[in-house]
Structures are given as structure tokens and as C-alpha cells.
Write a protein that binds this ligand. Structure first.
Ligand SMILES: NC(=O)c1ccc[n+]([C@@H]2O[C@H](COP(=O)([O-])OP(=O)(O)OC[C@H]3O[C@@H](n4cnc5c(N)ncnc54)[C@H](O)[C@@H]3O)[C@@H](O)[C@H]2O)c1
Ligand SMILES: [Zn+2]
Length: 649
């Protein structure tokens, strides 16, 4: 059967113990015999699933996720109503007592291919049609799927997911010093307990086999190991609420076109174990309409990939000078097939890696490709003495080390840097054709160095440089088009390729300041804006200073720039801006979720339950005296729905 040939059926001592402890009759010999068969009946499939789940939850999986999910789909084919498919796979109990969860916690539907995602997108679009939601209003939020221990924080109690309805009280984890990621507050609902990958590798990996063992220890009743206690104190273990996750939210119409780069970006956006990405629509009407099965939300899906790896020989490592002068080491490989495509080159992180890991001709590396993601070097199996260049392959300048990187310091006339900067400009604008690396190479060989010089070229000039007549006219027309077709001002700015000014940061800055005024910002202006730390603000300021002259030469040519909307000032001037509000009880004038959304739009934060940090408790109908008094005791101001509405109006 496909996907099962690499199955490891030697049980470890730990796995045998786990199977034993479940108290069920999961005999290892029976499992082994079932694993080798492809004609399983329903009962046998469920046996495999239950036993594998027990091993997986205890931190010692016997199957890969893909293999497990194949068994799930076999069971679904035989009986899609089977109870095992309609529940959340249970976690082992840490102690016997369970408590009801404040909100149901579900599993997710899985997709392993683009086709699966396309089908899901179609279902969302259908739901949108049926509820009269225009296509442009469907946003898809993409977040990393954290591979930790699922938990729920209502502000007072921390719960495990349990069976999705009832979990266990593990508030003790917070008492042990566990923090909420991103210095977030308590009460943000569902999330995962996770451990920083880098910390695990550097500090814990010689003592613990995997991070799952540690996650389990953080919430366990028994005393925590000193190393784990230190990891908690160091902030390496955190509870990460999904609400705080870095996300990429895109219109549904562009999702499939940009799928690879979105997945790649999100997959590597956190320093935690990630086993996929979560896609979900954020439109409340659609969410409500689609609802959930007993196992998963229909408006959410997890994209997972099957990882493949191969040991590959390096032919040589070629240095390539990038736009910023960084020398990128590119390893040429003996062509190797991996997840269906032939791979013949892979980028090594930086030259320090080449040096310390001995990547050079003859080295053997382990190459991993996770589904669509670009392959990467997982490990260097056989090191060799590497070749470290000392001069720039493009301009011959003497290279300098700057932390992990080799840098060509020749900012002014290194052809590679010039070419890549120009290519980057036109590629980022994205509203023109023809200025790819071949054209740019030709132009620079004639001494063109700057963007504004390209814009001064006439048809005649292109002819003189050696372009054919048709191409010359086309290039000239494309230049005009690139100025008259409207583009967002953040895109225009990011086209200049200032380090740390990718499109995201450009947009964030432009939400607070106009394009031209960015050049006058001080570091302290910049760090007022959410997401800018001092170091990046300094780098951005320096970067802007470096492009100032060229930027204004280009800007003055007149582009059709669409300004980014400046952040809503209504938000900042509203009476509840910055307040933390909890809504409770049945509201009369509108639904509670609408009120919560409105409060957020007015700049407030909405909490799930009252803590000493809460500013207001807004009470609807039928709220008990005890609840109100408890809030007052915590110093929280209590408002009735009407008082609250008067207050914000
Ligand atoms: N290898 C095995 O033997 C084995 C056994 C059992 C289960 N599994 C794997 O686990 C899956 C089912 O387990 P599950 O239900 O615990 O997990 P899941 O893979 O279905 O994921 C659902 C969970 O993802 C979490 N999550 C992480 N990041 C999130 C984000 N950004 N947004 C929303 N939710 C996020 C949530 O806690 C949610 O409960 C199986 O499909 C299989 O892949 C493997
Ligand atoms: Zn150079």
C-alpha cells in the first residue's frame, strides 16, 4: 500500500510501556500483523487508529501523520459515520478529574494536496454565494499550525482539549511561570503550549528526546524537572494563543495563485515546531452558515505536507552576489528526484554555514522537501574542506565578513548589485513587462546604473544599446505604462529594496505616515508604531537615507501612486480605546459578538473573562449578583448594556 513501505514496526521500550498503560488490549504483535495488511476491516482499522493515537499523544508515535491520516481515510471510505470519525481524538488523562470547556475545541480537517485545498475553497465560495456574501469580502487567514499541546485559557483557568467537550484543569502551568507568547494577556481562548525550537536544540535536546515530552511535563501534576523549570523561566516555553499568531490574510481570489509563497512564508514564521498551516475564512456570516461537524469546523482546514528526504552529493558551491551585496552560497547538486521534481541546486543559508559545516565539492547533504516548500539542507552528512571566496564574483572587490555573511562592500559599482536592484524594482512594481534580468544585464553593460536613468531612455537609446525595433518600442511603452498604471505606495517603496522594508513593513509605516514624510522620521517616531523595534528602525532609517537621492529622482517622474489609508483616528479618539472589556449575559440591542466586534473596531480589547486587568464588565440580561460583585471586588467598572451604549455614543 502506498506510503507504508517505510513503516517502522520495531517498538521501543517506551512504546511498549505506553501500550501497556492504556489498559486496553493493544497487543504489539497484533498491531504489527495489522500494519502489514491492506485488507483491513472496520474493527481492525479502529484498533490501529486507537493504538496509534495513544502512542502519538504520549509522545512516541509509531506512524507518521500521513500514514495515520491514510488509515483515517480508509475508515471513512468504509463507514463515514463511524463514531471514531465524529470525535476529537482523545488525549490521555493526566489525572481522573475533567471539567467542562468554556467553548468546544475541535480538531481540523486535513488537506495533503493542492486539489484538496481547491475543493475546500470551492465549498467556501459556494457558501458565500448562498449567503450573498460578495467574493471580494472573503478573506482567508493563514497561520502556522503549531505542533504543541492544545490548551484553552479563559483568563482564570487553563484547560487541556481533552475530548473536545471536557478537558482538564492545568492552570498550574501558569503558576509555574508559563507566560503567554508575545507578552500577551491571559484569557485569549484557544492556543498551544509550545517550546522554542532554537532553545530546544541548543539547551534541551541532549536531555529530552523531543519537545512533546516537555510539553507534557509542563502541565503534569508531578514536580517539573529543573531544566524545564528553567526553560519556562527563560521564556522558551510559552502558551501561544492562536489569536496572537503571525498571519497572512489574503483575498480568496488570490489564495491559489500565491499559495506556495504564502505557505512557505507562514510555515517558517515562528521558532516553534510547525506541522502544517491553518487556513480559515474570517467572514462571520460564512462561518456561521458553514458551522462544524462534531470533529472539525467546516470553514477551517489544515494544509499538511508529506516530507521526503534524500542524501545528495554536492558538485560545487557557487557564490552569487545579491542586491544587497550579501554573497549567497548556492550548492549545485547531483540531480536528484524529490517529491516528484528533479532538484539540482539548493541555497545554503550563508557562508558561515558553508564554512562551519564543510559544504563543498564532494560533501554529502541530507536534502528535505516538505511538499511544495523549497528544498532545504537538513544536515551535512559528509563534510569537506569548503571553498571560501575572498573576492566578489561580480566586481572582484575584497569580501568582508558581517556576522554570518560574506559581503561585497562595493555599493556603487558592483554589477551584480546594480543589476539585482534594478530587476527587483521592476519585478516589485509588477505593472510592466520586459525588464527581467536579461534586459537589465544588457542595459547595465552599457553603463546604465540607476532606475531614473532607465526612465530617461528613448526608443532610439534602446536601439543603440542593441535591442530590435519591436523590443525597443515595447520597452519604451512599458516604462510609460509602469508610471500610469496605478500601484499602491507601499509597493512602490518596497521596490527600492531597502533592507527590512519589505512590503509588510512599508504598509505598516504608511498606515501612520505619508510616503514622502517617511524620509523625515526619527527612530523614536518609528518605534511608536507596533512591530518596529529599535534595531530595525535604525536600519530602516539608514536604508532610507541611502536611497533618498535616487528615490526622489524616481518619485518626481510621476507615478500613479495610491496612498495607504492612514489608521483610523476614530479608533484612537474613542472613549474605550485601549480598554479591556468583557461582555456577559444576553444583550438586547444586538448580538454579543457584534458588540465585541464593534468594541474592537473602537480600539478596545475584548476579554473572555474578568481579571484584575479588565476595565469594564458590560452586563446583558440575566447576570447574577455574584458575578457582578466579584468583578467589582477586582476593581472592574460594571456597566449595563444601555450605560455602555450611551458611553460609546
Ligand atoms: N502519527 C500518529 O500516530 C498520529 C496519531 C494521532 C493523530 N495524529 C495526527 O494528529 C491529527 C489529529 O490530531 P489533533 O486533532 O490533535 O490535531 P489536528 O492536527 O487535527 O489539529 C487541530 C489542532 O490544531 C491546533 N492548532 C495549531 N495551530 C493552530 C492554528 N494556527 N489555528 C488553529 N488551530 C491550531 C489546535 O489546537 C487544534 O485543536 C491527525 O490527523 C494526525 O495527523 C497522528
Ligand atoms: Zn561586488
Amino acid at each position: 500500500m502506498e506510503g507504508f513501505d517505510m513503516l517502522n514496526i520495531d517498538f521501543t521500550k517506551e512504546q511498549l510501556e505506553i501500550l501497556n498503560e492504556t489498559g486496553e488490549e493493544f497487543r504489539p504483535e497484533k498491531l504489527v500483523s495489522l500494519f502489514s495488511r491492506s485488507d483491513l476491516n472496520t474493527e481492525e482499522l479502529v484498533f490501529i487508529l486507537k493504538a496509534s493515537n495513544a502512542l502519538y499523544r504520549a509522545g512516541s508515535p509509531i506512524l507518521s501523520d500521513k500514514q495515520y491520516d491514510i488509515y483515517i481515510s480508509l475508515l471513512r471510505d468504509q463507514n463515514h459515520l463511524h463514531p471514531y470519525l465524529n470525535t476529537v481524538e482523545p488525549e490521555p488523562l493526566i489525572e481522573s478529574k475533567t471539567v467542562e470547556l468554556p467553548e468546544r475545541m475541535l480538531s481540523t480537517e486535513k488537506a495533503y494536496s493542492l486539489q484538496d485545498i481547491e475543493k475546500w475553497v470551492k465549498r467556501i465560495q459556494k457558501a458565500a454565494q448562498e449567503t450573498n456574501v460578495p467574493e471580494e469580502e472573503i478573506d482567508i487567514r493563514v497561520t502556522p499550525k503549531l505542533d504543541g499541546y492544545a490548551a484553552y485559557d479563559d483568563g482564570d483557568t487553563l484547560y487541556t482539549r481533552g475530548d473536545g467537550y471536557r478537558g482538564q484543569d492545568v492552570t498550574r502551568a501558569f503558576k509555574r511561570g508559563l507566560k503567554v507568547a508575545n507578552s500577551g494577556e491571559r484569557g485569549l481562548g484557544p492556543g498551544e503550549i509550545v517550546i522554542k525550537k532554537s532553545y530546544f536544540t541548543e539547551v534541551l535536546s541532549s536531555y529530552f528526546e523531543n519537545s512533546r515530552n516537555i510539553q507534557a511535563a509542563i502541565i503534569a501534576e508531578k514536580k517539573v524537572d529543573n531544566r524545564i523549570q528553567k526553560a519556562i523561566k527563560d521564556g522558551a516555553c510559552v502558551f501561544y494563543p492562536f489569536a496572537l499568531l503571525k498571519n497572512n490574510t489574503v483575498k480568496i481570489s488570490v489564495l491559489m495563485d500565491e499559495f506556495e509563497s504564502i505557505v512557505e512564508g507562514i510555515w517558517s514564521s515562528v521558532d516553534f515546531d510547525v506541522d502544517g498551516v491553518i487556513l480559515e475564512t474570517t467572514n462571520e456570516t460564512i462561518k456561521k452558515y458553514m458551522g462544524a461537524t462534531r470533529r472539525n469546523h467546516r470553514w477551517q482546514i489544515a494544509f499538511k505536507v508529506n516530507e521526503e528526504s534524500a542524501n545528495v552529493e554536492v558538485v560545487r558551491v557557487i557564490p552569487q552576489t545579491s542586491r544587497t551585496g550579501r554573497i549567497a552560497p548556492v550548492a549545485e547538486l547531483v540531480p536528484t528526484k524529490l517529491s516528484g521534481v528533479t532538484i539540482s541546486r539548493v541555497t545554503v543559508h550563508h557562508y558561515n554555514m558553508v564554512k562551519t559545516n564543510g559544504v563543498g565539492a564532494g560533501a554529502i547533504i541530507r536534502l528535505v522537501r516538505s511538499g511544495l516548500v523549497i528544498p532545504k539542507i537538513e544536515e551535512v552528512l559528509t563534510k569537506v574542506a569548503p571553498d571560501i571566496p575572498d573576492s566578489c564574483p561580480s566586481c572582484g572587490s575584497h569580501l568582508l565578513w558581517e556576522s554570518d555573511n560574506l559581503i561585497c562592500p562595493n555599493k556603487i559599482d558592483c554589477p551584480a548589485q546594480t543589476e539585482n536592484t534594478l530587476v527587483h524594482f521592476f519585478k516589485t512594481l509588477g505593472n510592466n513587462d520586459g525588464f527581467g534580468s536579461k534586459t537589465i544585464e544588457k542595459l547595465t553593460s552599457f553603463g546604465v546604473k540607476y532606475i531614473h536613468e532607465i526612465y530617461s531612455l528613448e526608443v532610439d537609446d534602446f536601439l543603440k544599446i542593441g535591442f530590435g525595433e519591436k523590443t525597443a518600442i515595447n520597452l519604451f511603452n512599458q516604462l510609460q505604462a509602469s508610471r500610469s498604471i496605478e500601484i499602491e505606495d507601499w509597493r512602490f517603496l518596497s521596490a527600492f529594496g531597502v533592507s527590512r522594508l519589505g512590503s509588510g513593513n512599508c504598509e505598516k509605516l504608511l498606515e501612520h505616515h505619508s510616503l514622502v514624510s517617511l524620509f523625515e522620521l526619527t527612530v523614536s517616531d518609528m518605534i511608536q508604531i507596533d512591530g518596529f523595534a529599535e534595531i530595525s528602525a535604525e536600519a530602516i532609517k539608514e536604508g532610507l537615507e541611502n536611497i533618498r537621492e535616487e528615490f526622489f529622482k524616481v518619485y518626481d517622474l510621476g507615478f500613479a501612486l495610491r496612498p495607504t489609508a492612514i489608521e483610523n483616528t476614530e479608533k484612537l479618539s474613542s472613549p474605550i480605546s485601549g480598554a479591556i472589556i468583557v461582555f456577559t449575559g444576553t444583550m438586547i440591542e444586538g448580538s454579543r459578538s457584534d458588540m465585541e466586534k464593534n468594541a474592537k473596531a473602537l480600539g478596545a480589547k475584548v476579554g473572555k473573562s474578568v481579571t484584575s486587568k479588565t476595565t469594564y464588565l458590560v452586563t446583558g440580561d440575566k447576570v447574577g449578583e455574584t458575578k457582578i460583585n466579584a468583578a467589582k471586588d477586582k476593581g472592574v467598572k460594571v456597566l449595563s448594556e444601555q450605560q455602555y451604549l450611551d458611553f460609546i455614543r
